[in-house]
Design a protein around this ligand. Structure first.
Ligand code: SF4
Length: 528
């Protein structure tokens, strides 16, 4: 399948579109760092870049760091783009700019795979994962790079085995410009939550890389300058528990070998709390945070959305169990569910107080194509296509009430007092359970020390001196600084600043109530 006939060498320009500021991408923290400009390296496009036929040249631009210029387009024979739904305006803008240079443009990735009809202007659509469609695209471009007369849709039927994936082309990007590194171990999830498109897009039987591949990728990321943390972007890290258990000892060994140079994070279902054997290995491998889609504390709502697996242990107990292994829980919460009552916001705020989870992404329900929710709401005539709304769902509750509940939750949950109190809780009950890391040369390298000092001085200046919540910050930071826990002041200071600023925008109506909404995002996008 991989033997691409390529009579001509080609120059491929890979362009990853800019994100609009969002809750989960930490833009407001970047000015406090040592030059971070983007959230995560784009895994999918890096994988495609690494899969190009031998001899083809590639230039890779993440427009969150540097926009593609006329010179880049003039250099290229064809342009590859990838992106998610929230990047749709920027995705289309790259297509427009490439066409100004009469270049053929191909689009792949999660957004086009779910909704090819959203991208009529592209020359090639690559629907699905790396596989036969990818190699057909290479073959066609190898023969002819001219724009085809009409759009060509290539759909992957035979996926390339993940165990056979090449190492993503991390060397093409400045990894030190990213807030966090990313890696993929598995794809797919065995569950079928009503609102989620993962099972339809990537299957219910998780496919896997080998532990050796993961280790080779981590080695390569370190060589390419990554520092800080690496996020496993798998939809569910324990989608295949046996495989996770096989991988973890390799991660533990890798950390020991590399002096615990980085910390890990991942996404997993909350029933991970029932797996002490996995959690204790995660502790050993220094997993510091796990994102759990808790969605709602209401058991009836969880049942209605087919997320009963969240109830395998009482939710608060599950959170405490993870904290007991030194793992801070990050949670997703959804508002606008059919089961929500008028006082749903109060229930969420109460849950936040009880769980003491510092970081929760609160979003309005959105019906994504290729989900059971989308199909049901379509049948019920409850899908609304209105760019002025933050959700395409016709809620049972009045729309304005749902949005104002969201604003209220954001405003109340992220006051500096509340947020730092939740971090104080983590300092007491979670962080002491983490592995005590050795102060080896990898962690205390000159580069890391310089990086830490730059961030600390930025935080002290922008938050400790200039911000209006400096008193709350110092109440948290001063005891830590006195004991030399600088790392904590930096990590909490960065994240808290982003959350506080974003939540203020949100509660005053300057941010969208849904990750997927384009209401405030349909602004002109930067070309140059
Ligand atoms: S557990 Fe997570 S990834 Fe799996 S179907 Fe549910 S929401 Fe999607």
């Amino acid at each position: 399948m991989r033997d691409v006939v390529s009579p001509s060498l080609r120059r491929i320009l890979c362009v990853f579109p800019k994100y609009s500021p969002s809750f989960g991408t930490f833009e407001y923290a970047y000015p406090l760092t040592d030059g971070v400009q983007a959230f995560m390296p784009p895994q999918g496009l890096l994988l495609i870049a690494a899969s190009l036929p031998a001899g083809w040249e590639v230039r890779f631009l993440d427009e969150n760091i540097k926009p593609a210029t006329d010179d880049d387009f003039i250099w290229a024979d064809a342009v590859f783009v990838s992106g998610m739904h929230i990047q749709r305006p920027q995705i289309n803008d790259i297509c427009r700019r490439a066409h100004e240079h009469d270049l053929a443009v191909a689009l792949g990735g999660p957004s086009v795979s779910a909704c090819p009809e959203n991208y009529p202007d592209f020359d090639y659509l690559h629907v699905g994962e790396l596989g036969d469609a990818t190699y057909e695209l290479f073959r066609r471009l190898g023969r002819d790079t001219a724009r085809p007369d009409r759009q060509v849709v290539l759909t992957t039927k035979e996926r390339r085995d993940m165990a056979d994936f090449p190492l993503p082309a991390y060397e093409l990007l400045p990894l030190n410009k990213y807030f966090i590194g990313s890696i993929q171990f598995s794809s797919g999830c065995p569950y079928q939550c009503e609102f989620c498109d993962i099972p339809a897009l990537y299957g219910r039987n998780p496919r896997l890389k080998s532990p050796e591949q993961v280790i080779a990728e981590l080695d390569k990321m370190l060589e390419c300058g990554l520092a800080g943390a690496v996020y496993f972007v798998d939809d569910n890290f324990i989608g295949n528990r046996k495989a996770a258990l096989e991988l973890l000892p390799h991660l533990v060994e890798w950390q020991k070998r590399n002096g615990y140079a980085i910390q890990f994070a991942c996404e997993a279902t909350l029933n991970i709390a029932k797996r002490p054997e996995i959690l204790s290995l995660m502790r050993e491998a220094y997993f510091a945070t796990v994102f759990c889609g808790i969605e709602t504390p209401d058991p009836d709502a969880l049942k209605a959305m087919s997320k009963q697996h969240n109830m395998m242990v009482p939710i608060l107990e599950g959170v405490q169990t993870l904290n007991g292994y030194g793992i801070e829980v990050v949670s997703g919460i959804i508002l606008g569910l059919d089961t929500d009552k008028l006082d749903a916001g109060e229930g969420i705020l109460e849950f936040i107080d009880q769980s003491q989870i510092p970081l929760l992404t609160i979003n309005l329900l959105q019906a994504l194509p290729r989900t059971p929710l989308y199909d049901r709401l379509k049948r019920e005539g409850r899908l609304i296509d209105d760019p002025d709304r933050d959700s395409n769902v016709d809620f049972f509750l009045p729309y304005e009430h749902v949005v104002s509940t969201w604003r209220d939750c954001m405003g109340q949950a992220y006051t500096p007092e509340k947020l730092f109190a939740r971090f104080e809780h983590q300092v007491r009950v979670t962080y002491p359970n983490r592995l005590q890391l050795p102060n080896g040369k990898q962690r205390l390298s000159w580069r890391n020390i310089k990086r830490g000092m730059t961030m600390l001085s930025n935080i002290i200046w922008h938050v400790g001196v200039k911000s209006d919540y400096r008193r709350v910050f110092w109440k948290f930071a001063w005891p830590r600084l006195k004991t030399g826990d600088i790392e904590r002041v930096i990590s909490v200071g960065l994240v808290a600043h982003h959350l506080i600023v974003f939540a203020r925008d949100a509660s005053s109506g300057q941010q969208n109530a849904s990750y997927y909404s384009t209401r405030l995002r349909d602004m002109p996008v930067a070309a140059e």
